[in-house]
Design a binder for this molecule. Structure first.
Ligand code: FE
Length: 334
């Protein structure tokens, strides 16, 4: 009897040791690691993370096929989550927790991917050169009054592709293409750099308005570099389309891969990431909005006030991604 108990204990211990979950992440490790460490502390499940560019990870998953060690793909922008689904990389997950906490328009209708945090693409402007009353919508940035005054990053950037895809979903290709052509005509310079560079360009007077994801502005306000804080303090945030369907929203999110060898642990981790504690961390540290409306935003986000968020079903951003890419190319948006 004693011997049997001993063997059972050994088996149990081995199972505990084997408890792990493997993530391929397109998010920088620093933006997620503290949460994963906390998860390990609470559950005893080890988390291994491989980081890389989203498209590289998607390729790698396709090449590895069913031999992939990865259980979860974590990435930003819904267009990539939809792409992973279309490539048949994800499996459907049955989780009451995820379905209860995440609003329907921020997750896949087939339960293959789930939004974990929210961000908005907003207009930023120079209060020295722009009157707030002059601003209204994304659509209005195509007006000739913004000639040579708009900065925006390249059309190869997925955030812009998703914004254009959202417009296609609402008003069709033709109208969106006319808008994109007029917008390109208003560019102050050829698209270059990331979102932070657009903020710096407005601060430096290269242009008067720009499109950026709002957590970049928050990050710069809290930066360790004085020059970033100075630039961020020179510009202001404007919530676009408040008299229309609301500011453009997107998610960071994840799905569980078809060949996942640790499906149970993977579900447990996704459920942990939507818990109040994890969501509060996203809000406080990354300056993203929680997918749970009950979680309080960071003080910087709060300082920008309440706003109307577009509740367009995010799957549409993936659906129209290819159309958006071709449209931007035709419009001369490089
Ligand atoms: Fe980003």
């Amino acid at each position: 009897m004693k011997k049997l108990l001993f063997i059972l204990l050994i088996l149990l211990q081995q199972q505990l040791i084997a408890a792990e979950v493997n993530i391929y992440s397109a998010r920088k490790e620093a933006l997620i690691k503290p949460l994963l460490n906390q998860f390990t502390k609470e559950t005893g499940i080890d988390v291994n993370i491989v980081t890389g560019k989203a498209d590289t990870l998607l390729k790698r998953l396709e090449v590895e096929g069913k031999n992939t060690p990865a259980d979860i793909l974590l990435t930003v922008d819904v267009a990539r989550l939809v792409r992973a689904k279309e490539k048949g990389l994800f499996q459907a997950i049955d989780s009451d927790v995820l379905e209860k906490i995440i609003p329907e328009y921020y997750r896949d209708s087939d339960s293959q991917w789930f939004g974990l945090s929210l961000r908005s693409r907003v207009i930023i402007y120079s209060p020295d050169r722009v009157n707030e009353e002059e601003l209204s919508s994304y659509e209005d940035l195509a007006d000739s009054k913004w000639k040579n005054r708009v900065c925006v990053r390249s059309s190869s950037n997925v955030y812009n592709q998703s914004l254009v895809a959202a417009m296609i979903a609402k008003q069709g290709v033709e109208k969106t293409e006319a808008w994109a052509k007029a917008l390109v005509n208003n560019f102050a310079r050829n698209p270059k750099g990331g979102d932070r560079d657009q903020i710096k360009a407005v601060a430096a007077g290269v242009c008067d308005v720009a499109l950026v994801n709002n957590y970049y502005l928050a990050g710069m306000l809290e930066s360790s570099q004085k020059s970033e804080i100075a630039a961020a303090n020179k510009i202001k945030l404007f919530w676009p389309n408040q008299n229309r369907s609301g500011a453009h929203m997107n998610v960071s999110g994840a799905g569980i891969l078809k060949p996942a060898k640790h499906k149970k642990e993977a579900i447990q981790l996704l459920e942990y990431l939507v818990s109040d504690k994890a969501q509060q961390w996203y809000a406080d540290t990354n300056h993203e909005y929680s997918i749970n409306a009950n979680i309080e935003s960071s003080s910087i986000l709060k300082s920008w006030g309440k706003f109307k968020a577009d509740n367009l079903n995010l799957s549409l951003l993936g659906k129209y991604n290819t159309d958006a890419v071709f449209l931007m190319d035709r419009a001369g948006w490089r």
